[in-house]
Design a binder for this molecule. Structure first.
Ligand code: IVH
Length: 715
């Protein structure tokens, strides 16, 4: 199973919660449960977003992710009062690599909605036609969906001035120097010929499969030399997509050049003339855009695309490509269908995430057979026991797979998976492998039923399963396996960020009894560490330094590190501002927690239980005595431009998420309000603003402004 470091809620729980929600998606949700259902959807979607965008290690298929997302959109549109700042529908995506400077895209980079079958495509076509109302001819352009890493290139006065990764869609990492090392990106292009002064174009950086193979051959040869010289082996590249994405973030751009990457440009994101006038729609069609870009020296999906006047021919073209995808020199994971006319595109419009005039048709996942040899049971931070299948290693889309999560007892029972069964393993794109089921026809008689253990594989304590859950848990508070996971979480990047205390080191230290619990991290006997194999003065000093540094962390990191159920970084940051000392929470009631923005009953209950438990207070007090900061986080103001003013955001925001907007208000001295009232100074109205806007319009003292006006106020 993949290890998740930045656990806010526990990974196993989140995966199980996702499955639970997926089961319930098509069922009727009782009205009194809608709010909780929405909350759970938000929690799991945010988790999957992070797995996908931050870790590039998804734990759900795109198909299931889309089902969850669509359900949340549906519930929120039926119950707009349930839309909250932390809803994934209110943002494009999250997660930035801080090593390269962050830059803002000229307009947000949207993603595409996915379709998986012909019915979905028909539905897309129906909506497109509905949006255009009149019976006019629609032309679709269909092109490959390149499986690489998205890029945005800015040209000013014909020169490439900036390149950035997609990042969270609004902001990305500036990687200009590395983009310049890609030969298919022209350093100069004659845009001024068309009166374009500044333009942002978007595309995909990819690595051709032949290039990947050649680089791996070279690496293999290098390894033979390294072996002879007893040097460390260099790792082979696993697949083209990750190699392209990783290469864009290399520090040394000459190394990027050696990777022989390619860029395929498929869109004009924004264009303006010398006077700064928006001329993004300068050419009449997508096809024309590609033709012009191609003529200016960019690689475009020019030759591969097809044009169709009805959805049935689109479908046939997609199917045809699905069959020949293996012969194509570049990894493609689907096709993209776009309305050709730019005027029609504008009429059809977009949501906050994706254009409504384009859609992706995703190819089916790839499958392979293997044999299930063994099941191992892993114990997570809160005691959930997850079965993990050990299979004969197989290669699927360039990655070797030998270990796959079987999720829980019900999953094994539902699919009737047995030891020694031939199992079908599926992997879609970068999604982690999944066991589709076992091939019953291939049973020879030696297959054995899998018996879920009754006792914890780590401490032998008996396992329990609450009535309404599908997870077996070890409830021994001193279970070593749980403790180990707990310490790994405490030291992780998202929590106390003790860089010298990674997962493997924690496991070794636990085994060697150098640490036994959180407190013991701050009481390490470094002489004992020095006795361990591979530890020298320098590495011991580094460890000591990083542990010492963690004592000065701001309070929210400690709150995250304590591993309180349902507490993520946003809530931890809010909590860290509410008390002078962390232990002050011991006298708080559930109601007091619920007065904090965005904290609902589930979270309040979890906090109440945690801080009224004496053992937990003792732990915090011990940490304090050892020098760990348990004081309130002081706010750092960026400016006092919004001093004394009050703000409220409504509708769909495109420049930032609601959480980000609220933080901006606070950091510039302003105050956020939750409702429209005469106390409100500014209402920032995004797209589709509803009742709050109409209410505010009736109060003349409230200034109603747009996102850009707000940004101007703090710039
Ligand atoms: S068009 C506004 N065309 O697929 C529409 N995207 O979620 C912008 N992709 O991250 C996308 N090939 O990087 C478009 N021919 C193509 C594409 C393509 C690959 C990527 C793109 C985006 C993702 C869609």
């Amino acid at each position: 199973m993949i290890k998740e470091e930045n656990l806010l809620m526990k990974e196993e729980d989140l995966i199980l919660l996702s499955e639970d929600l997926l089961h319930k998606l098509d069922k009727q949700i009782p009205p009194q449960e809608t709010e909780q259902f929405c909350e759970d959807l938000k929690t799991v979607i945010n988790f999957h977003d992070k797995k996908y965008y931050v870790h590039t290690h998804p734990v759900i298929t795109d198909f299931d992710y889309d089902r969850l997302f669509k359900k949340l959109v549906e519930l929120e549109s039926e119950n707009p009062n349930l839309i909250t700042a932390d809803s994934p529908t209110q943002r494009v995506a999250k997660g930035l690599n801080k090593e390269f400077p962050t830059v803002q895209h000229l307009t947000p980079m949207m993603s595409l909605e996915n379709t998986y079958n012909l019915d979905d495509l028909n539905e897309f076509d129906r909506k497109v036609r509905e949006a255009l109302t009149e019976k006019i001819i629609i032309e679709y352009v269909v092109e490959p969906k390149f499986d690489g890493s998205s890029i945005a290139l800015v040209y000013e006065s014909d020169h490439l001035t900036r390149a950035a990764t997609r990042g969270n869609g609004v902001e990305g990492d500036e990687i200009t120097q590395n983009a310049k090392a890609i030969r298919s990106i022209p350093l100069k292009a004659n845009f001024s010929k068309y009166g374009i002064h500044r333009i942002e174009i978007r595309g995909e950086v990819i690595m051709e499969l032949a290039v990947l193979e050649k680089l791996n051959q070279e690496r293999q040869q290098q390894n033979e030399i390294n072996k002879r010289e007893q040097k460390k082996e260099v790792e082979l590249f696993k697949n083209a997509r990750n190699t392209a994405a990783g290469s864009l973030r290399l520090k040394d751009s000459s190394e990027v050049a050696a990777r022989k990457l390619d860029a395929i440009i498929y869109q004009i994101g924004y264009a303006e003339d010398k006077e700064g006038k928006d001329i993004t729609d300068i050419f009449e069609s997508h096809e024309k855009n590609l033709e012009i870009l191609n003529s200016l020296g960019f690689k475009t999906p020019y030759k591969e695309k097809g044009e169709f006047s009805n959805i049935h021919s689109v479908e046939a073209f997609c199917k045809h490509w699905e069959e020949k995808r293996d012969n194509y020199p570049v990894d493609i994971d689907g096709m993209v269908i776009k309305v050709n006319s730019i005027q029609q595109q504008q009429l059809i419009g977009k949501t906050s995430h994706h254009p409504k005039w384009a859609v992706a048709y995703k190819f089916k996942a790839k499958q392979a057979n293997s044999v299930l040899r063994k099941v191992e049971y892993q114990v997570g931070r809160t005691g959930a026991v997850t079965p993990v299948a050990k299979i004969d290693p197989i290669q699927l889309m360039g990655v070797e797979i030998s270990s796959i999560s079987l999720h829980n007892e019900d999953f094994i029972a539902e699919k009737d998976i047995r030891l020694n069964d031939t199992v079908i393993v599926e992997r879609a794109g970068d999604v982690i492998p999944y066991i589709v089921g076992s091939v019953k026809e291939m049973r020879k008689g030696g297959e054995e039923k899998i018996h879920f253990p009754k006792n914890c594989p780590s401490c032998s304590h008996h396992l329990v399963k609450p009535m309404d859950e599908s997870v077996w848990r070890c409830i021994n508070a001193n279970c070593p396996a749980q403790l180990e996971e707990h310490l790994i979480h405490f030291a992780s990047k998202q929590a106390m960020e003790i860089s010298g205390l990674g997962e493997e080191i924690i496991r070794t230290f636990m085994r060697e009894k150098i640490i036994s619990d959180i407190v013991s991290i701050y009481q390490i006997d470094y002489d004992e560490v020095r006795k361990l194999e591979g530890w020298k003065d320098k590495s011991v000093q580094n460890l000591k330094d990083s542990i010492e540094a963690s004592k000065k962390n701001e309070l929210s990191r400690l709150i995250i590190g304590l591993g309180i159920r349902h507490i993520g970084s946003t809530t931890a940051k809010l909590l860290a501002k509410k008390v002078d000392y962390l232990t002050d929470f011991k006298s708080w009631t559930e109601e007091q927690y619920m007065e904090i923005e965005d904290i609902g009953p589930k979270v309040a209950q979890s906090l109440y239980q945690f801080f009224t438990d004496r053992e937990n207070i003792k732990l915090i007090e011990q940490l304090e005595r050892l020098g760990v900061n348990t004081h309130k986080t002081e706010e750092v103001l960026l400016s006092n431009k919004l001093d004394g003013k009050t703000f409220l955001f409504t509708g769909t925001l495109t420049r930032f998420s609601r959480d980000e907007a609220k933080i901006l208000v606070e950091k510039n001295g302003g105050k956020n309000l939750n409702a429209v009232s005469p106390n409100l100074d500014y209402l920032i109205a995004g797209e589709k603003a509803g009742s709050k806007l109409s209410k505010a319009q009736k109060i003349s003292s409230i200034k109603i402004i747009e996102e850009n006006d707000f940004l101007k106020m703090i710039q």
